[in-house]
Ligand binder design. Structure first.
Ligand code: ADP
Length: 231
């Protein structure tokens, strides 16, 4: 078991190194291009400086997501469970992303029944799960599409879903998307880090729940998770 942990850690570190290399290589190339003349061509220089800024944004996001993941993985007990107003959490997450969705002409809908059983949850972590899922739905759904965030009673648990009618996920990729850094070929260049779903999975599992995805390529994806209800 100790050996297995070691292997996981080694894979993780070689993964990070690999993921850092791409933006760093771009930054190096951009700096060299500027130095070898582009700096004296203002329109070109402006373009390269913009590119530099985008690469730095990616590195920044990667760093904060890695920190978040490390925090969650090492101190799961840090999660503060309390009786939680689930519909309110979902509403807050949707409010945070509504502008972003509208900007790309997506309809973001919230369906939360009033008689939902109460759950024990860490509100801000749970909100993070919705934010990560809805953010992905926005990224991978073309303009005119629809995203539905919903909740329903499911035996002694509450089942949540974030459904989009966007790009979908190839069947071969589907079993792997919750792995750290995993991205489909199409998503490789989009500036995401491949950590959002790994973080969502850790939060859900720390609540004693389970998360999964169903998708048909070209038709859309549904991410679902269950959290046991309180008492
Ligand atoms: P990223 O930062 O790349 O979004 P995630 O861990 O959140 O990282 O997602 C991993 C990969 O799963 C994405 O790169 C994308 O290929 C795929 N994916 C996640 N959500 C969706 C979705 N709603 N529609 C299509 N593909 C998705």
């Amino acid at each position: 078991n100790v050996r297995r942990l070691e292997t996981v850690r080694r894979d993780f570190i070689s993964n990070i190194s690999h993921e850092l290399r791409t933006p760093l290589a771009s930054l190096k190339a951009l700096a060299e291009t500027l130095q070898s003349g582009a700096i004296n061509d203002p329109p070109a220089a402006r373009h390269f400086v913009n590119q530099i800024e985008l690469e730095v944004d990616t590195l920044n996001q990667m760093t904060s997501e890695l920190l978040e993941l490390a925090r969650i993985e090492t101190r799961e007990s840090d999660i503060q469970l309390a009786i939680t107003d689930t519909c309110k959490i979902m509403e807050q997450a949707c409010d945070r992303l509504r502008l972003q969705a509208e900007r790309v002409k997506l309809d973001l809908k919230l369906e939360c029944p009033s008689n939902l059983p109460q759950i024990m949850a860490d509100g801000s972590r749970l909100e993070q799960v919705f934010v990560n899922l809805v953010h992905n739905a926005i990224k991978f759904t073309p303009p005119g599409g629809e995203i539905i965030v919903s909740a329903q009673k499911d035996n002694r648990a509450v089942r949540f879903a974030v459904k989009d009618n966007g790009a979908g996920i190839p069947a071969d990729d589907l079993p792997r998307i919750f792995e750290r850094f995993y991205k489909t070929d199409k998503a490789r260049s989009d500036g995401g880090t491949g950590l959002g779903l790994a973080i969502a999975r850790h939060i859900v599992e720390a609540h004693g729940g389970e998360i999964w995805a169903e998708s048909i390529e070209g038709k859309g994806s549904t991410f679902s998770f269950v959290i046991p209800s309180a008492g």
